[in-house]
Design a protein around this ligand. Structure first.
Ligand code: PHE
Length: 495
C-alpha cells in the first residue's frame, strides 16, 4: 500500500524509476529503458494507471513529419513536372504548344503549363518566354531541394514551400506522431516510497492455487476493464467464405448432400437439357462465355437425338416443343456454365431413379459489365429435391426454412418464368421494409425430366449468393466483396 493507493507491479516500477528525477518529464523511451521493458503497451498501461491514481500527469504531444507522396517520389526520380517542361522548352528552337502537347502526356501538358505560368512563363506568338529566368531557375532549385530533403520535421521546412506543395496533388504526405510523456504530480512526489518493491501478484486463478490454499496470502493483480486496448488481429476467413460455410451447414443439417462439379460444360447440358430454346437471347455471345478450347465437346448421340426430338416437336411428352430445327453442333459447344442448374440436371440424369436432396454453392459466369450490382463471375446457391410426391408446397417450405435459418423469416414467392420449370417462381426476402428478389425456383417440366428418364417430380432453385451477402453485410456495392480492402475485411462481423 502506498498512502492507501494500491499500485500494480508495473506501476510500482514506473513510479520508482520516475522518483530518481522527480521533477522531470519522462518520455516513453526513457521509461522503457529505466524499467527494462520492451513492450510499449506496458509503459502506456502503467502510465495510465498512475494517472488514474493521481500519481502522474500525462501530456500528449503531436509532431508532424513530411514525406514524399506518390507523385513526390516520381518527381524525385524524374524531376518536377514544371522543371521537365521548362528544360524541354529551353532546349527547343521553336517550342510551340503543339509540339509540347505531342511530347508530353495530356495530364502533364495542361497542368505543367499552368505551373510555369505562375512562375512568369508566358505564351508569346506560338512560343514561350520567361519574364525572369533567374527567378524561375532559383525557384525550381528551391522546390527540388525541398523534395530532396524529405522526410523532414514540419518545423524545419520553409513554410512557403510547404504550403505550395500541400496544394499539389500527392506530392507530399503529412504523418502525425503522437507521443505521451509523464510527470509526477505534487501528490505523486509527496507520497511515501514504501511499498514500491514489486510483489508476486496473482493474475490467474489456477486449480493448484485453490487446492494448496496459497491464495489466502497472495496479492491479486487488479485489472481496469474500462481501459482501451488494441483489438487483436488474427487471421480469419474471408466473409464470403464464412457465408458459404454457413449456407453449407444449413443445407447439410436439412438433410441435403453437396454437389461439386466443373465450370466447363456444353451448351447441351447448360441449355438444351433444360429446354432453353436454341435461339434464346441469353445464349448469345453477349451473355455466355463460349470457349475456344475446348470449342466443342462430344456428347452421347442418343441423348442429343432425344433433345432434338423434344426441342423440335416435344418428343413423347405431349408438348409441341419449340419447332424450328435443332443443331447438334450448337449442343456440343464448350462454355463456362451460366448457372449451376447444369450440374443438378446431370446429377439427376446419372441417378434418375434415386430420390435425392442435393445442393451446391458454386461459381458461375456471365458476360456482364461490372457495376455496383453485377459481376461476370458470381456464385449461385442451387438445389433440388427429387422424390415421389415432391410438390410446390415442399419447395416453398424448404426455401422459407433456409432463409429463416439465415435470419430472414419474411419470405414470399411470386409467379415467374423459366423455360425449364412449370410452375416457376421468384423468391423474395424482406429486408429493411423492402422486398428483394434473391432467386428463381420451380418444378422441372416434363420436357426436361422425360428424356433423362427421371422418375419423380423435381423441385429446383437457384439463388444469388452475392445478393445475399450484400444483405447480410449491408452493402450497396457488390464490388466491395472482392476488392481485398483489408481494413474493411478486418472489421466485418463473424458470420
Ligand atoms: N437457373 C436459374 C438462374 O440462373 C435459377 C433457377 C434454378 C430457376 C432452378 C428455376 C429452377 O437464375
Amino acid at each position: 500500500m502506498t498512502d492507501g493507493v494500491e499500485l500494480t507491479n508495473p506501476e510500482r516500477r514506473m513510479r520508482r524509476s520516475m522518483l530518481v528525477a522527480p521533477s522531470e518529464v519522462h518520455t516513453r523511451d526513457r521509461i522503457m529503458d529505466a524499467c527494462d521493458w520492451n513492450d510499449q503497451a506496458v509503459a502506456v498501461g502503467a502510465g495510465q494507471g498512475l494517472c488514474d491514481k493521481g500519481v502522474v500527469e500525462i501530456q500528449e504531444t503531436v509532431r508532424r513529419t513530411i514525406h514524399p507522396g506518390q507523385e513526390g517520389h516520381n518527381a524525385i526520380a524524374n524531376g518536377l513536372l514544371e522543371a521537365r517542361l521548362w528544360s524541354w522548352i529551353s532546349s527547343q528552337d521553336e517550342p510551340t504548344m503543339a509540339k509540347l502537347q505531342a511530347k508530353f502526356e495530356r495530364h502533364e501538358a495542361g497542368p505543367g503549363v499552368g505551373l510555369l505560368k505562375k512562375l512568369g512563363v508566358q505564351r508569346d506568338s506560338g512560343s514561350f518566354v520567361c519574364d525572369d529566368p533567374s527567378m524561375l531557375k532559383s525557384e525550381l532549385q528551391a522546390r527540388n531541394m525541398f523534395l530532396a530533403s524529405l522526410p523532414a520535421d514540419e518545423e524545419d521546412l520553409s513554410e512557403r514551400l510547404l504550403s505550395h506543395f500541400k496544394g499539389r496533388k500527392e506530392l507530399i504526405e503529412v504523418v502525425e506522431h503522437r507521443s505521451r510523456t509523464w510527470k509526477l504530480t505534487e501528490a505523486g512526489k509527496a507520497m511515501s516510497s514504501d511499498g514500491l518493491d514489486e510483489r508476486k501478484q496473482i493474475s490467474e486463478i489456477t486449480p493448484e492455487l485453490l487446492q494448496s490454499g496459497d491464495w489466502k496470502d497472495a496479492e491479486f493483480r487488479s485489472f481496469d476493464v474500462t481501459l482501451e486496448s488494441a483489438t487483436p488481429r488474427t487471421g480469419r476467413s474471408h466473409p464470403m467464405q464464412e457465408l458459404i460455410e454457413r449456407i453449407r451447414r444449413i443445407f447439410l443439417e436439412m438433410g441435403f448432400s453437396e454437389l461439386v462439379d466443373d465450370y466447363v460444360q456444353t451448351a447441351g447440358w447448360n441449355m438444351d437439357a433444360l429446354f432453353i430454346p436454341q435461339d434464346h437471347p441469353a445464349r448469345e455471345m453477349q451473355d455466355t462465355f463460349y470457349l475456344d478450347s475446348p470449342a466443342s465437346i462430344e456428347l452421347d448421340p442418343e441423348l442429343v437425338q432425344k433433345w432434338k426430338d423434344i426441342h423440335e416437336h416435344g418428343g413423347e411428352t405431349g408438348s409441341r416443343g419449340w419447332s424450328g430445327s435443332f443443331s447438334e453442333d450448337v449442343s456440343k459447344r464448350g462454355l463456362l456454365r451460366t448457372h449451376t442448374t447444369v450440374n443438378t440436371i446431370q446429377h439427376l440424369a446419372n441417378n434418375p431413379n434415386e430420390p435425392c436432396r442435393v445442393f451446391s454453392v458454386d461459381r458461375v459466369f456471365r458476360k456482364e459489365a461490372i457495376d455496383s450490382t453485377h459481376l461476370p463471375e458470381f456464385h449461385q446457391i442451387e438445389g433440388i429435391i427429387m422424390e415421389p410426391g415432391a410438390n410446390l408446397q415442399m419447395l416453398v417450405t424448404t426455401l422459407k426454412t433456409f432463409y429463416a435459418k439465415m435470419g430472414y423469416p419474411e419470405v414470399r414467392v411470386r409467379p415467374a418464368y423459366f423455360p425449364y420449370t412449370e410452375p416457376s417462381l421468384e423468391i423474395e426476402v424482406k429486408w429493411k421494409g423492402k422486398w428483394l428478389e434473391l432467386g428463381g425456383a420451380g418444378i422441372f417440366r416434363p420436357e426436361v425430366t422425360e428424356p433423362l428418364g427421371i422418375s419423380s417430380p423435381v423441385c429446383a432453385w437457384g439463388m444469388g449468393l452475392e445478393r445475399l451477402a450484400m444483405l447480410v453485410l449491408g452493402l450497396d456495392d457488390i464490388r466491395q466483396l472482392y476488392i481485398s480492402d483489408l481494413e474493411w475485411l478486418r472489421n466485418q462481423p463473424l458470420l
